[in-house]
Design a protein around this ligand. Structure first.
Ligand code: FAD
Ligand code: SIN
Length: 513
């Protein structure tokens, strides 16, 4: 058994930022980060557009950023949280810069601010089109220099350990030795990111399987707003299943326009903000256009843009398009909506505390109340930065209190030596992904959701049996977690009455959309 003061599960922006702050302030305390892939693998690494922060108050203001966030969340944001997060932004940006992250500047020497859907002003601070990679690099470099932080990569968290509704650590699989290790901690932070691979067609990397939310759910934490799945309007269209390359919304902020296959502009028919309407509206409009036309994708037209400026702001997107045989200067880029982000998750209070004692959650796996029914573009990195700071301050001021009764932690109990067949995992995962795409996508129907609920129950029974009778392995537990997340999304979609933001549900398929 390994004991540590702070156990952090996940090494994206949320987990790393909290670790760095805690380690700097308390060099005598131990911090253990377990992460299931390489330490730099995360949704964070792929973030393109940037971080929404009010840095120039001549045109912009906190009030405008607050209003944009509230409008985007369609009446379901927590206004106190929105105000807190928006106004903390500049301090968190200053810190990132102190840690070595670089952001693009213009000829005047001020930040080059991008624009994205739902923003009334240019306010997105960025590093070319690789903002996440730059942030991850800078924070990870700092983390690696701290002697009191241990980073254990290729360690997969299996279950939280709770006693009397208090979290005292977690079990994790060391993938190099195949051993299950027990971690006992004073405080545990879930920073496990998103759920994209439940849908298959997603902008997320393969690590995004909802593990932290599923573990918290099984430990009886409160989970909310799972029906608010955000679909990004412009993932690069291809016929493969799996992760999709993102064409950042900032490309539309730079002037690109969406067209149908015939060449018609259409976004002005749906929203006065046209191509820069919020993400929920653009995805729903594309979905409708594709249903009307029967086409496989719509197109992003960049041909009229200043190409030198485009290549300078979006070098990775330009290079990727060229690599797959599309020249943005001459051709339209084929795009489709794909799962991108989860607005809901583990419910936390303003200090990042979950409903389980000594368990905190931060970043995409948490539900803070910032996003409501639809997240405003580039508010996610901001949320993770602000909440990791809030948790740090809370824990700095509220030290660990030894429980009256000493913990007796049972050893991991599943001992089977039979390996699960990889074909079974692949087949079941594909079935689950199709089930979610067909029944819990951009537009949902009551009858489909009820059908999906039944199918998920059968899958759950099947996987419970497999878990009891097979050797512990990451793939099997990820599948189990994805089924739990599927259940939560479907049940909370059934329970929600009234469409708002990214949630659209009809009673009957006869209704004309
Ligand atoms: P992540 O960065 O996803 O980190 C999760 C970590 O948990 C990973 O290290 C993972 O390996 C680990 N983990 C998961 N499960 C386990 C387990 N069982 N055991 C051990 N470790 C585990 N947001 C913006 O604000 N601006 C943008 O421009 C932007 N662009 C985006 C572009 C793309 C392509 C994508 C996919 C997302 C984008 N987002 C953007 C969203 C944003 O990047 C994420 O929401 C945010 O980075 C999440 O950070 P996180 O730390 O919560 O999770
Ligand atoms: C993008 O660059 O389009 C993604 C931004 C985000 O998810 O906030």
């Amino acid at each position: 058994m390994i004991t540590t003061n702070y156990l952090i599960i996940g090494s994206g922006v949320a987990g790393l930022t909290f670790a760095l702050k805690m380690a700097t302030r308390f060099p005598e305390r131990t911090i253990t980060i377990i992460t299931k892939a390489n330490a730099d693998e995360s949704n964070t690494k792929y973030a393109q557009g940037g971080i929404a922060i009010v840095t120039d108050k001549t045109e912009d203001s906190y009030q405008k950023h607050i209003e944009d966030t509230l409008i985007c969340g369609d009446g379901l944001c927590d206004e106190t949280v929105v105000k807190m997060v928006v106004t903390e932004g500049p301090k968190r940006l200053k810190e990132l810069i102190e840690w070595g992250a670089q952001f693009d500047k213009n000829a005047k020497g001020t930040f080059d601010l991008g624009k994205e859907g739902g923003h009334s002003e240019n306010r997105v601070v960025h590093h070319k089109d690789q903002t996440g990679h730059e942030i991850q690099r800078a924070i990870l470099e700092q983390v690696m220099q701290k002697e009191n932080i241990t980073v254990l990569d290729h360690h997969f968290a299996l279950e939280l350990i709770t006693q009397d509704h208090r979290c005292i650590g977690a079990y994790a699989l060391d993938e190099k030795t195949n051993e299950v290790i027990t971690y006992q901690s004073d405080f545990t932070l879930l920073a496990t990111g998103g759920i994209g691979h439940l849908y298959g067609h997603t902008t997320n990397p393969i690590i995004a399987t909802g593990d932290g939310i599923a573990m918290a759910y099984r430990a009886n934490a409160v989970i909310q707003d799972m029906e608010f799945i955000q679909f990004h309007p412009t993932a690069l269209f291809d016929n493969s299943s799996g992760s999709k390359f993102l064409i950042s919304e900032a490309v539309r902020g730079f002037g690109a326009r969406l067209r149908t296959k015939k060449g018609d502009l259409f976004m002005h028919l749906y929203d006065p903000r046209a191509d820069l309407a919020s993400r929920d509206i653009v995805s729903q409009s594309i979905d409708l256009e594709l249903k009307k036309s029967g086409d496989e994708c719509v197109y992003l037209d960049c041909t009229h843009l200043d190409m030198e400026g485009f290549k300078n702001h979006f070098p990775m997107i330009y290079k990727h398009c060229k690599k797959v045989g599309i020249d943005p200067e001459k051709e339209w880029i084929p795009v489709v909506p794909a799962q991108h982000y989860l607005c809901g998750g583990i419910v936390v209070d303003i200090n990042g505390k979950t409903s389980i004692e000594n368990l905190f959650a931060c970043g995409e796996c948490s539900r803070t109340g910032l996003h409501g029914a639809n997240r405003l573009a580039s508010n996610s990195l901001l949320e993770a930065l602000v909440y990791s700071d809030k948790i740090y301050h809370y824990l700095a001021e509220n030290p660990f209190i030894e429980p009256k009764k000493a913990n007796v932690i049972p050893k991991w109990s599943i001992q089977s030596k039979t390996k699960i067949a990889s074909e079974y995992i692949a087949k079941t995962k594909a079935k689950l992904q199709l089930l979610m795409r067909q029944n819990a996508g951009i537009v949902r129907f009551d009858s489909d959701l009820l059908k999906a609920k039944e199918a998920l129950k059968n899958l759950q029974n099947e996987i419970d049996e497999k878990i009891q009778n097979h050797l512990v392995c990451t793939d099997l537990y990820e599948l189990n977690n994805m089924i739990d997340i599927g259940n939560l999304i479907v049940q909370q979609s059934i329970d929600r009455n009234g469409n708002c933001g990214g949630f659209v549900k009809y009673e009957s398929k006869d209704i004309k959309q």
